[in-house]
Design a protein around this ligand. Structure first.
Ligand code: CA
Length: 414
């Protein structure tokens, strides 16, 4: 939940020069009410109208100024796309698996009580905990109010963060956490499971009954809040997230799509097996095949709970990491797919070139922005079909080379 919706992140390049001017102060000069202060007065009026006490508003917003570092982080764009194995190795490291197993054993009784109420299996709660804050060790050192005010004042996603700021003030007003302890990520995600304030408002739970919903330090509240969120969006306590599978020779890559749901019996009929080669279970559920590293990488059959993980964080790699970490914490085996000798990540510039070439060749990958989204994947599939390549929609340096070749040949004949 820490991460912002992917699409919002893509907008992070527009400069807001006005903000720098607004918060720079000249030593010795007579203090002028800045544009930020004027804006903050509006926030105060909104907060009061939302029923938040004047004491909370004045205390929490006193002396506030935009945090430069938050804006820097918000504008930062990764130079390279993340490859599957690089992501997985980091997210599901041996150290994290080991720690997760110890945490599962240590907090077993509490986690079972939480399962009793919300029907979410303990190993998933521990996996979310591990990925979000490394089991509570890194919850972010930013003032949540300061970070949210900075992003709310920034015009690009002002409305979203302004609403989060009001919710954060409400949380303070209700006494769940003291102002000084209300810390979080640069984007305002709070506590050991990195809830945004609006998620807190809707789903945080006082499971230990001390009168405060404390997702920073009360582990019962941390686990129960996550479980409450998951169960509210439809998590199934009697189903797994998915599993690694083996696809038959001649598998139709067009079927490997997140939205292509089929009953498990249909996948069996198509020759899909468990990764170890044994039959898929005879279960009455539907799933989709996903190929996070393209057709040469591992294949997964994912079920309904996978969508719930993606509700938490809209990243396919994150969702697979949660599922796999939960498996490893529960003692299941590593992935069986062969690892490539080396994975070559694509740079943003290369992705952008790929998108421009697709446009030149008459495909529609969306506006070239260096980010691989579903439109780019669909356009890549269309190109691969035309070029008689395996249509997996997965961008690689080889595919970029293929695109360049076709584009060059095309320009020579025209
Ligand atoms: Ca509590």
């Amino acid at each position: 939940m820490a991460r912002l919706p992917v699409r919002l992140r893509g907008l992070a390049t527009i400069a807001v020069a006005g903000l720098v001017l607004a918060c720079s102060s000249i030593p010795g000069a007579v203090a002028q009410p800045s544009a930020f202060d004027a804006w903050l007065e509006g926030v105060k009026r909104d907060a009061a109208a939302a029923g938040i006490s004047e004491t909370t508003i004045e205390t929490a917003l006193a002396g506030l100024a935009p945090i430069e570092r938050v804006l820097e982080l918000d504008r930062k764009q990764p130079e390279f796309t993340r490859t599957f194995w690089a992501y997985l190795d980091r997210a599901v490291s041996a150290r994290r698996i080991e720690r997760g197993r110890r945490m599962l054993a240590k907090h077993r009784a509490l986690l079972e009580r939480v399962r009793g109420k919300y029907n979410v299996q303990p190993r998933y709660l521990v996996a979310f905990w591990g990925l979000e804050s490394d089991f509570g060790r890194y919850t972010g050192g930013y003032s949540v109010i300061g970070a949210l005010a900075t992003l709310a004042y920034d015009e690009r996603r002002g409305a979203f963060f302004r609403a989060q700021l009001i919710d954060a003030l409400r949380i303070l007003d209700q006494g769940h956490i003291a102002l000084a302890n209300m810390q979080g990520s640069w984007a305002g995600a709070m506590g050991q499971l990195q809830f945004m304030p609006s998620t807190f408002t809707s789903y945080a739970v006082d499971f230990d009954g001390d009168g405060r919903r404390d997702i920073w330090t009360d582990l019962p509240d941390v686990f129960a809040s996550a479980a409450h969120y998951l169960s509210s969006i439809g998590w199934r306590g009697d189903e797994i997230w998915g599993r690694e599978v083996r696809l038959p020779a001649g598998f139709d890559w067009e079927l490997a799509r997140l939205k292509m749901r089929k009953p498990i019996m249909e996948w069996r009929r198509l020759g899909v097996r468990r990764a170890d080669g044994s039959e898929l279970p005879r279960a009455d559920i539907s799933g989709a095949i996903v190929l996070p590293a393209g057709h040469k990488g591992p294949a997964f059959l994912i079920y309904g709970n996978f969508d719930k993980i993606m509700n938490w964080n809209r990243s396919l790699l994150y969702a697979i990491a949660i599922g796999h970490l939960s498996d490893r914490i529960a003692g299941r085996s590593p992935l069986l797919a062969a690892r490539p000798a080396q994975e070559k990540p694509l740079s943003r510039a290369q992705v952008e070139e790929m998108q421009s070439l697709l446009v030149d060749l008459g495909f529609d990958p969306g506006a070239p922005d260096g980010v691989v989204g579903s439109k780019t994947r669909d356009a890549l599939r269309a190109f691969q079909r035309q070029a008689k390549m395996a249509p997996d929609g997965y961008p690689t340096p080889e595919l970029l080379a293929g695109l360049r070749q076709v584009a060059t040949a095309r320009s020579k004949t025209n």
